[in-house]
Design a protein around this ligand. Structure first.
Ligand code: E4P
Length: 221
């Protein structure tokens, strides 16, 4: 399963890229708004920072304007994936962009039918938002299960990119269900790194090493 980082924050992107666990980035207008810098410059910079797919979202809603924005976003780099909201005009644009060999990520997916249609239109990725479904009392993970089952049954090539992840259990369950990608806010990735028993165990090892050094003062690697 691939791991994307769901952020437009340069420091977080740099920090987690260096760990070698991040395969790509997803952004959206809300994440860019949080960074309070020129969004076009920010998107261009992220595309250059990352050697992997970077999803950049259109804000147009009409087919011609979606196409215009998509072609501009795609020109920022070969690794750009144009993120397009799940609407009829959006599907039409996904279909047209796919014919031009431009990768797409259909966002704001909340049902298996939406995922099915996005895949048929040619989407490279579909992004079901599981946290937002959980927020309103639905079961986000059961949507992932449905989409994975449907796509595998028909050999669809569209990748299931689990979005709106709220906690590390979402990641484990998505992996168990066979999702292709999860996109994580940096704080969730940080939580995945840490475990109380790891911290405690490391303290014990380091303390014992210090005690050992008292008997062997010249010890060194
Ligand atoms: C990613 O592609 C989505 O835009 C993002 O995961 C949405 O997350 P949120 O529901 O926490 O805003």
């Amino acid at each position: 399963m691939k791991i994307f980082l769901d952020t437009a924050n340069f420091e977080s992107i740099q920090k987690y890229l260096e760990l070698g666990v991040v395969d790509g980035i997803t952004t959206n207008p809300s994440l860019l708004f949080k960074e309070n810098s020129d969004p076009i410059d920010a998107m261009k910079k992220i595309v250059k920072m990352v050697d992997g797919p970077v999803s950049l979202e259109v804000v147009a809603t009409d087919f011609d304007e979606i196409m215009d924005e998509s072609l501009k976003l795609a020109s920022y780099g070969d690794n750009v994936v144009v993120k397009i909201p799940m609407t009829a005009d959006g599907l039409k644009a996904v279909n047209a962009l796919t014919k031009k060999n431009i990768k797409t990520n259909v966002t704001l997916i909340f049902s298996a039918n939406q995922a099915l249609l996005a895949s048929k239109a040619g989407a490279t990725y579909v992004s079901p938002f599981i946290g937002r479904l959980d927020d309103i009392g639905h079961d986000g993970l059961s949507l992932i299960s449905d989409i994975v089952q449907i796509f595998s049954g028909y050999d669809f090539s569209t990748q299931v990119l689990v979005a709106s992840i709220r906690h590390p259990i979402h990641v484990i369950e998505s992996a168990k269900l066979g999702a292709d990608v999860v996109t994580l806010p940096p704080e969730i990735l940080q939580k995945m790194i840490h475990h109380t028993l790891t911290d405690k165990g490391l303290d014990i090892f380091l303390n014992d090493w210090e005690k050992l050094k008292k008997g062997f003062p010249n010890i060194g690697f």
